[in-house]
Design a protein around this ligand. Structure first.
Ligand code: SF4
Ligand code: SF4
Length: 294
């Protein structure tokens, strides 16, 4: 189990720079001698590996239990179909159909079957890859193509982190179940956004999510010198800490698009990322955040 703090990096929508923050923060802290673990929980589209370039040393399948019906024992009573709220099992006149890709492995059908006609069988839905890149312990989850249910992979992935000073979780975009599975029980959530009306709208949804989960959080504004001041005004009104601002810089964008780590390699931004980590620690210890940019 991790012994340090766990910070999740999330955003209400994709393309805001969430992975940039997670990977560059990981590198800055590793360079400062911290033992860092990075978990890529964006299991439908993990891309942290592009930047951390890990040597993968282990790959393990993630299996979930799904029902298998023994038609010799079944009396076609329909109870399994009635209890399944996901319509993943359907009882016909002389056949029971199971739709594994939408089964949530809740075990409800197995428990209500009066004939003991259902048993759970394992089904592989993805993989966990583990290794090391740039001095950072790296784990990523990958959902198999065509699979619809990501949270079981995230659940296994979050248990992969060994003892570390800091665990950084790169969450999927949005505010749905896979995101909640990635950020829940973390010590702090960084919400990455952009200063645009769309960015503000998605930030509001993300803030609602982390408040409902009762998690401490702060905001990172990417491309902070573009767009409008809606995000800044909202954060001020809602008493939300802005942990860091990143200005638009073509050179940074070009370095990032070719798999570079421009923030960690820029002395000013590296220092800001380190200060942000310190501010998070300060917040978690009951203090206020210092704002080096204000
Ligand atoms: S609950 Fe059991 S016996 Fe009834 S239809 Fe389903 S599998 Fe068959
Ligand atoms: S395990 Fe749960 S979700 Fe899957 S078929 Fe049975 S009742 Fe439905």
């Amino acid at each position: 189990m991790p012994s340090g703090i766990t910070i999740s990096v999330a955003s209400g929508k994709g393309g805001t720079g969430k992975t940039t923050i997670a990977t560059n923060l990981a590198l800055v802290l590793a360079k400062r001698g911290e033992k860092v673990t990075y978990l890529d929980c964006d299991v439908e589209e993990p891309n942290g590996h592009i930047f951390l370039k890990p040597d993968i040393m282990q790959s393990n399948p993630v299996n979930v239990p799904v029902p298998q019906v023994d038609h010799e024992k079944c009396n076609f009573c329909g109870k399994c179909g009635d209890i399944c709220e996901f319509n993943a099992i359907a009882v016909l006149e002389d056949k029971v159909l199971v739709f594994p890709s939408i089964c949530h492995s809740c075990g409800g059908c197995t428990s209500v079957c009066p004939e003991g006609a259902i048993k759970d069988v394992p089904r592989t839905i993805g993989e966990i890859h583990s290794g090391n890149g740039l001095g950072i312990a790296f784990h990523e989850g990958r959902l198999n193509v065509g699979e619809a249910i990501a949270p079981p992979i995230t659940k296994v992935l979050r248990k992969s982190a060994g003892a570390s000073d800091i665990v950084l979780i790169d969450a999927p975009p949005g505010t749905s179940c896979p995101v909640i599975e990635a950020v829940k029980d973390t010590d702090f959530v960084l919400l990455v956004t952009e200063p645009t009306p769309f960015g503000l709208n998605d930030l509001k949804l993300a803030v609602g999510m982390v408040r409902a989960l009762n998690l401490p959080f702060g905001v990172v504004i990417n491309r902070s010198d573009s767009g409008d001041d809606g995000v800044e005004t909202y954060c001020l009104k809602e008493d939300v800490d802005i942990m860091m601002r990143i200005r638009f810089d073509r050179k940074l964008a070009e370095a990032y698009s070719s798999g570079g780590m421009p923030l960690a390699e820029d002395p000013d931004y590296a220092e800001k990322l380190y200060l942000m980590r310190q501010n998070i620690e300060r917040r978690l210890n009951g203090g206020r955040t210092c704002h080096p940019e204000r």
